[in-house]
Ligand binder design. Structure first.
Ligand code: F6R
Length: 606
């Protein structure tokens, strides 16, 4: 996955493109490049590595000067990160930037070589550029339509034709793309943050749509060259949402935004103290009819699903199966019309999660999407939809999106338990009230976060560590472990505390720190026994539990005290110190916290 942008208007195009790309760097940062019309000529400037390398290169070699062009930030799929494989890519008269994947590029490349075309890079993108060139006979839209009929896969393209110096063309096939509408200027971008400082108005391109952008407006066509009328959308957040606002990193800012994100997500779904998901198309009658639920997602979103499983099974007594989307889609799952498949996704564009949703639908199951990004593919494809309102999440490591995903898991579980008659209306009101208390409790934790820095300092030199817990704490430990490894690059595993002695305890030495989460009253003593087992073998232990829990001297080397709260809701509190420990460890190791190596925010390829 990559980020693409395009601009045509009255400003310095290179400046606009670079600025827009900085907002999309979360999508990939293996290389960056732009193509700008300088008078009648397309000038390309590109460089391996971060966007900063490109700006440096332009400072020394000169910045293209013009008012129309396209830009790209890359997460490498076809071909290693290198100057040559960096976008834009060109044919004779066409230059393009591309997000997504062209599946049949090998066959097309062979055909184009047989037609005399020469290739410079290993990318699938260059094939699209050469194919456009092959079909181009003077009418760009005609060439685009013909090319779209040939290309297989999911992709979004920004295109400039040498013969049309003040026009930017764009295409969407699955991969997300918007068209920004400004005053005497038009934009394309993979995501709204790229253009928000210029305009909040945009068109959301749909699958198989072509946009022709000029400073004075945009025409949108289908693949039969019919002109379409589109609804103009307006982003409901502003430029502040995409700035760091004084925080050292987006991740830290987003951790602090969690209380507000929970409030925004749950408040509209509570009526008269009870969960109200009717607006999301979820009725009590429908919930009553459910015998079984699947939750399918990737990474952090899948971890939110695991918390959901524990909660739903505990209070609604409905069996829940949690699957990794990339496994679910290929394991021939047994599904029927009676099943509900919940897809959780921050971006709403994750290829495996989307494919899992489509598979579930083909097999007759109903799908419910829990998605943060408005208008994304998963949001639009699902039968039922609950939006989370975390706002834009820029840091690659997800924090506030996870928090609101689990908030929705709770709300949904309460509604399910009520529908199933497992709790009374009064009990449900009490649970909802408790959920509404979480933002203040989290704010309290954030005010006393200093000790997470000391804990991070104790981990900074470790090569590997273990997270342990039982029940909901085990579910949470998976997210704690993922957060740490993805941004600190320290290997870590999460383990069910009771399972340690069946093999894994052999790893424990003085060099293997252990983070134990013990927030559940009924499991506390059992987890403490497991902590003593690792302590006896030399591990340095950090214990995350509540103030009220007392443990003997020497059981833990470090302790993070959470405020008193309800056991069922403890994951929403306990995840905060785990996020902070990961954050400070990464900072202490001098890593790029917001853009960890090899990763990108939105995984739109398999
Ligand atoms: C980790 C992280 C990823 C995502 C995963 C799914 O911090 O962010 O594990 O959770 O790639 O992404 P979405 O939620 O966009 O489907």
């Amino acid at each position: 996955m990559c980020g693409i942008v395009g601009y045509v208007g009255h400003r310095n195009c290179a400046d606009v493109l670079v600025d827009a790309l900085t907002k999309l760097e979360y999508r990939g940062y293996d290389s960056a490049g732009i193509a700008v019309f300088e008078k009648e000529e397309i000038k390309v400037c590109k460089s391996k590595g971060r966007l900063a390398n490109l700006t440096q290169k332009m400072e020394t070699e000169g910045k293209p000067n013009g008012v129309a062009g396209i830009g790209h930030t890359r997460w490498a799929t076809h071909g290693e990160p290198s100057d040559l494989n960096s976008h834009p890519h060109s044919g004779d008269r066409v230059t393009i930037v591309h997000n997504g994947i062209i599946e049949n590029y090998k066959r097309l490349k062979e055909f184009l070589i047989s037609e005399g075309k020469e290739f410079k890079s290993e990318t699938d993108t260059e094939v699209a550029a050469q194919l456009l060139d092959f079909y181009y006979r003077g009418d760009p839209v005609e060439a685009i339509v013909q090319t779209m009929h040939e290309l297989e896969g999911s992709f979004a393209l920004g295109i400039v034709f040498a013969d049309f110096p003040d026009i930017v063309f764009a295409v969407r096939c699955e991969s997300p793309l918007i068209v920004g509408v400004g005053e005497n200027e038009s934009f394309i971008a993979s995501d709204v943050p790229a253009i928000i400082q210029y305009t909040k108005d945009y068109y959301l391109l749909e699958h198989d749509e072509i946009a022709v952008l000029t400073p004075y407006g945009t025409k949108i066509y289908d693949t039969h060259y019919n002109k379409l009328e589109k609804e103009l959308k307006t982003a409901d957040w502003d430029v502040d949402a995409i700035g760091k606002q004084g925080y050292a990193h987006f991740m830290l800012k987003e951790i602090h935004e969690q209380p507000e994100a929970i409030r925004k997500t749950i408040a509209p779904r509570i009526t008269d103290g009870l969960p109200d998901l009717a607006e999301c198309n979820i009725t009590l009658d429908y919930l009553r009819s459910l015998d079984r639920i699947f939750i399918v997602a990737c990474g952090t979103a899948m971890h939110a699903g695991i918390v959901g499983k524990y909660v739903m099974e505990k209070i609604a007594r409905v069996p829940v199966i949690v699957d990794i989307a990339s496994e679910f889609r290929y394991r021939d799952p047994i599904l029927s019309e009676k099943d509900l498949v919940i897809i959780i996704s921050q971006s709403g564009e994750t290829a495996d999660s989307k494919a899992a949703m489509e598979l579930a639908q083909q097999r007759g199951a109903k799908t419910l999407a829990i998605v943060n990004a408005m208008g994304s593919s998963i949001a639009r494809g699902a039968d039922m939809l609950i939006y989370t309102h975390a706002g834009p999440e820029i840091a690659v490591a997800s924090t506030k999106a996870y928090m609101v995903q689990i908030a929705v898991m709770y709300l949904f579980s309460f509604q399910l338990a009520l529908a199933k008659g497992k709790i009374s209306e009064d009990e449900c009101r009490t649970l909802v009230k408790q959920l509404e208390e979480t933002p203040d409790k989290i704010a309290e934790i954030l005010e006393h976060k200093e000790s997470t820095q000391q804990i991070a300092a104790s981990l900074v030199a470790a090569d590997s560590l273990l997270y342990i817990g039982r029940g909901l704490d085990y579910a949470l430990s998976m997210e704690g472990s993922l957060k740490l490894k993805e941004i600190s690059y320290i290997h870590s595993e999460s383990y069910a505390a009771g399972e340690l002695k069946h093999g894994t305890i052999s790893l424990i030495t003085e060099q293997m720190p252990v983070i134990a989460i013990a927030t559940q009253q009924d499991l506390f003593d059992k987890t403490v026994s497991n902590i003593k087992e690792v302590k006896a073998r030399g591990a340095c232990v950090t214990l995350v539990c509540t103030e009220k829990h007392s443990v003997e001297e020497g059981v833990a080397d470090f302790r993070f005290n959470l405020p008193e709260f309800y056991d069922l809701l403890m994951p929403m509190l306990a995840v905060v110190p785990l996020q902070l420990i990961a954050y400070y460890t990464s900072v202490l190791r001098g890593n790029d916290v917001d853009k960890p190596r090899n990763l990108a925010k939105s995984v739109t390829v398999e």
